[in-house]
Design a protein around this ligand. Structure first.
Ligand SMILES: Cc1cc2nc3c(=O)[nH]c(=O)nc-3n(C[C@H](O)[C@H](O)[C@H](O)COP(=O)(O)O)c2cc1C
Length: 215
């Protein structure tokens, strides 16, 4: 008989998340967890990958994996095509949720808040730092639009490669960064027997307030 999914069961035993050791500032704790994930996650897991959920104008949710490219007191930064599906969803409903899963650490972090476009200068700087092939890809790919065939994409890539031959492509206007301004950050640490630790930080009038939630 094939193994049933219902029988898959792992007991989480690696770490705990104690109230007395938790940080007052969730960004400090996030930084510690991300550093640890970068050191311990085994490739091909990318420690900065996360699921980003957005909601369209009809109230339908959409979720996809993206890479976090930075975070600070200003917010959490990611990049993509402004006219992609996610770009359209964020234009009509500028709010998102991101979820990180670090299986090697038995940890999850959920971050929610309003999203704004990153400053043009920051998007320019990040675009300029990307490998040339990725820069050309941003010009060539009308992200989330239908393609008749893969050859259409390859032909578009040939066109932009010719157009920018011998020069560094500038950032296309349709491509750039977003900044999620966190209003809520929840840390989940797997514990034995499903009695997990959950610390929920919410921003109230500029101050983070922390609550322990039942698993
Ligand atoms: C590991 C991984 C990393 C990705 N990183 C990004 C990213 O940083 N930016 C991006 O626009 N898409 C990224 N993608 C592709 C997205 O998942 C998605 O296909 C794309 O953004 C189009 O989504 P949309 O049609 O909902 O806009 C990544 C996919 C994977 C699997």
């Amino acid at each position: 008989m094939p193994l049933s999914l219902a029988q898959l069961r792992r007991n989480y035993t690696l770490y705990g998340l104690r109230d007395d050791l938790a940080q007052d500032d969730p960004l400090v704790l996030f930084g510690q967890w991300l550093d640890q994930a970068r050191k311990t996650e085994v490739p091909p897991v990318e420690a900065n990958s996360m699921a980003l959920a957005t909601v369209d104008s009809q109230g339908h949710a959409h979720c996809r994996i993206l890479l976090l490219k930075g975070f600070s007191a200003e917010g959490f930064f990611f990049f993509g095509h402004y006219q992609s599906a996610k770009g359209e969803e964020l234009a009509s409903n500028p709010h998102a949720a991101m979820t990180f899963f670090w299986p090697g650490l038995e940890r999850q972090v959920r971050i929610e808040g309003p999203v704004v476009r990153a400053d043009a200068q920051l998007s320019d700087d990040y675009f300029d730092a990307r490998p040339a092939a990725s820069q050309l890809g941003a010009w060539a790919s009308p992200q989330s639009q239908p393609l008749s065939h893969r050859s259409e994409l390859e032909s578009r890539l040939r066109d932009v490669t010719e157009r920018f031959a011998g020069q560094q492509p500038p950032r296309p206007e349709h491509w750039g960064g977003y900044r999620l301004q966190p209003q809520r950050i929840e840390f989940w640490q797997g514990r034995p027997d499903r009695l997990h630790d959950r610390l929920d930080y919410r921003l109230h009038a500029g101050t983070w307030q922390r609550t322990r939630l039942a698993p």
